[in-house]
Design a protein around this ligand. Structure first.
Ligand code: ZN
Length: 321
């Protein structure tokens, strides 16, 4: 018996090759199936209830415990993931961004994904962003373009420096109003002029979430506006959390004790106090490691990305620490 749990994080899970945006960074359904077979062979998939129970009562988890988590409530999860999990009799935990679902908007973070998937020439996008910044430099007291490029264009394990720059500058590098405006403009120009219809195609709706809950899946908090939560003051954080909790109730999830996954893995001490006082028992970040419910603080548990695990049912067990 053990205190360790491997938490795996998924985003898009779709039949990429035959989808409208084959360039989107996602996991192919076929590879998801392969990975799931690998997981079922080497791990014990636990439910969120079991994890909460183990934490609260200081119980052990089964050897090689693993928890499946799916961020952002994409329709992929309802159409492609839920039937497979249901078939296998295992649970997934799903984290919906409330505003995207109830107001039929597309999150900026997703607009950026689809802009990037629609435009091959990334330098062209950067030039367009710089042009807009030039226009607004005085109004928003921006520094020169060079400064931002140096600060944000740092390649990581998944993306080139150009892509990281576009993501970072549009997700948080610029003042919010200007970011929104640039995302809107590029999304309309390169992806779709009908944001509401696009949103309805991209995310699950309330009934689909409710259906998954009724069939044994677990729903957690992922914020209302999908903000970097540490950039908000306490009052705004409380608002984000309370709106999210209200939404949990709407889809039939309990709010006596609940779980959170921080958008972008971002949190601060104030937020931890806010959620602790409201019954949150487990929180997930995007820090990359196997979690240990005895050693780690349970409101900031690390997760692995799907790319950290093999996508082949016959692969040897890859031990990650
Ligand atoms: Zn998210």
């Amino acid at each position: 018996m053990s205190k360790e749990v491997t938490v795996v994080m998924y985003h898009y899970v779709r039949d990429l090759k035959y989808s409208r945006y084959p360039e989107i960074k996602g996991l192919d359904v076929q590879l998801f199936k392969e990975q799931l077979e690998y997981i079922l062979k080497h791990y014990n998939v636990v439910t969120m209830e079991e994890l909460m129970e183990a934490k609260e009562r200081n119980r052990d988890l089964p050897e090689n415990a693993l928890l499946l988590t799916f961020d952002d409530a994409y329709i992929d999860h309802y159409l492609n993931v839920f039937p497979i999990l249901n078939d296998k009799g295992i649970q997934g935990t799903f984290f919906p961004p409330v505003k995207a679902i109830t107001k039929h908007e597309v999150l900026d973070v997703n607009k950026i994904h689809f802009i990037l998937a629609s435009v091959g020439e990334k330098q062209m996008l950067i030039d367009e962003i710089f042009n807009i910044m030039d226009k607004y430099r005085d109004r928003y007291k921006l520094k020169d373009n060079e400064y931002y490029y140096k600060k944000y264009a740092i390649k990581n394990r998944f993306d080139t420096e150009e892509v990281v720059f576009i993501k970072r500058i549009l997700q948080g590098g610029l003042p919010e109003k200007l970011r929104n405006e640039i995302c809107d403009y590029l999304f309309r120009k390169y992806v779709s002029e009908n944001e509401s219809a696009f949103s309805r195609e991209l995310y699950m709706n309330v009934d689909q979430l409710r259906c998954m809950k009724q069939n044994g899946m677990f729903i957690g908090v992922h914020g209302y506006d999908h903000y970097w939560l540490s950039t908000l003051d306490e009052e705004q954080q409380i608002n984000e959390i309370e709106l999210s909790m209200k939404f949990l109730q709407e889809v039939g999830e309990s709010i006596d004790r609940w779980v959170v996954c921080y958008p972008y893995g971002d949190y601060d001490e104030t937020l931890l106090k806010v959620i602790k006082g409201r019954g949150c028992t487990i929180g997930f970040t995007t820090e990359v490691a196997v979690a240990n419910i005895e050693r780690d603080y349970c409101l900031t548990l690390p997760r692995l990305d799907t790319n950290d695990l093999p996508k082949d049912r016959n692969a040897e067990l890859r031990v990650i620490r």
